[in-house]
Design a protein around this ligand. Structure first.
Ligand code: ADE
Length: 259
C-alpha cells in the first residue's frame, strides 16, 4: 500500500523539489508514496490563466478564485469519488503526531488544496467541506509548505520508509516524552566526551540512561507533556530525583550569587 497524495497548487516547482529530495524521494522510489501536483492555473478559464482576484469589500491581498478550484476538484472527484480533501489553513485544527499517525494509515487519495495570499474563496468550503489543518499558530505565505510538512510527518511513519522501524517508535510525541541525547563517533571531540555508559555495551544500563535523559529533557523543556505521558512508578521516582537535583542546583546557584 502506498500513500496517495495530490497537491493542487499555483507553485508546482516548489513542491516537486521537496518530493525529489531525501526521504520523500526514497519513499516514492520504493512505491510507498505516490505524489503528484495539479497546477491550478491549468484550470483557469481566461486567456491569461489567472487563478486569483481582489477580495470583494476591498482590502489587501488576493483570494484564489472559485472557478479553477471547482474545476480541478470536480475533475479529481470524477476520477476518485472517495478522495479525502485537506485544506491547510491557520484556521484549521492543529496538526499533531496523532494526526500524522492516522494519515500514515490513510487508504483514500488525499488531496491537499494549497491556498495562497489571503486564502481561498469561501464557497470552496461550502461546496467541498474540506478538513482544515493548521501546522501551528503562525501564518505562512501559502499551503504548500504546510502540506509538505504534513506529508513528511505521515510518510516517515509508513513501515519501510525509515531504514530502522525502531526510530519512529521512539519519536518524541509517539512515546509522550522528548527524545534522549544522541552521540556518534568520535568518542572525544575538542575535550567533549560521550557519556561512558553509551560505550559500555551494557544494553540495560543504556536503556535506563536513555529513559532518564528523556525524562530530564521533558521536565526541563516541555513539562506540559508529562501530564499526558504514560509513566511507570520507576519513571515517577526518577522525576522526583531530577526535581530534587534541580532544587539543589538552584539553591547553590542562589547562594553563590548572594555572596
Ligand atoms: N497556510 C498559511 N499558514 C498556515 C499554517 N500555519 N498552517 C497551515 N496552513 C497555512
Amino acid at each position: 500500500m502506498s500513500l496517495r497524495c495530490t497537491l493542487i497548487t499555483l507553485f508546482p516547482d516548489m513542491i516537486r523539489d521537496v518530493l525529489n529530495t531525501s526521504m520523500l524521494y526514497r519513499a516514492r522510489e520504493k512505491g510507498l508514496l505516490e505524489a503528484q501536483t495539479v497546477n491550478l492555473r491549468d484550470f483557469a478559464e481566461d486567456r491569461h490563466h489567472v487563478a486569483d482576484d481582489h477580495p470583494y469589500g476591498g482590502g489587501a491581498g488576493m483570494v484564489l478564485k472559485p472557478e479553477p478550484i471547482f474545476h480541478a476538484l470536480s475533475r479529481l472527484k470524477e476520477a476518485d469519488p472517495d478522495l479525502r480533501l485537506i485544506l491547510p489553513t491557520p484556521q484549521g485544527r492543529t496538526f499533531t503526531q496523532h494526526a500524522a499517525e492516522e494519515m500514515s494509515r490513510e487508504t483514500r487519495r488525499m488531496v491537499f488544496l494549497c491556498g495562497h495570499y489571503e486564502g481561498v474563496d469561501e464557497r470552496v468550503r461550502a461546496a467541498f467541506h474540506p478538513e482544515e489543518y493548521s501546522i501551528g499558530d503562525y501564518v505562512l505565505t501559502g499551503g504548500e509548505l504546510a502540506s509538505l510538512v504534513m506529508i513528511d510527518a505521515a510518510v516517515r511513519l509508513i513501515p519501510g520508509v525509515l531504514g530502522d522501524p525502531e526510530s519512529a517508535r521512539h519519536d518524541s510525541f509517539s512515546t509522550g516524552l522528548l527524545d534522549w541525547p544522541h552521540y556518534t563517533r568520535p568518542a572525544e571531540f575538542q575535550g567533549l566526551s560521550v557519556p561512558p555508559v553509551l560505550l559500555s555495551g551494557n544494553h540495560e544500563a543504556i536503556a535506563r540512561w536513555r529513559r532518564r535523559e528523556s525524562l530530564r529533557s521533558t521536565l526541563a523543556k516541555r513539562p506540559d507533556l508529562l501530564g499526558k505521558a504514560v509513566l511507570s512508578e520507576g519513571d515517577r521516582q526518577i522525576l522526583e530525583e531530577l526535581a530534587a537535583e534541580n532544587t539543589i542546583r538552584r539553591k547553590s546557584h542562589e547562594s553563590v550569587e548572594s555572596h
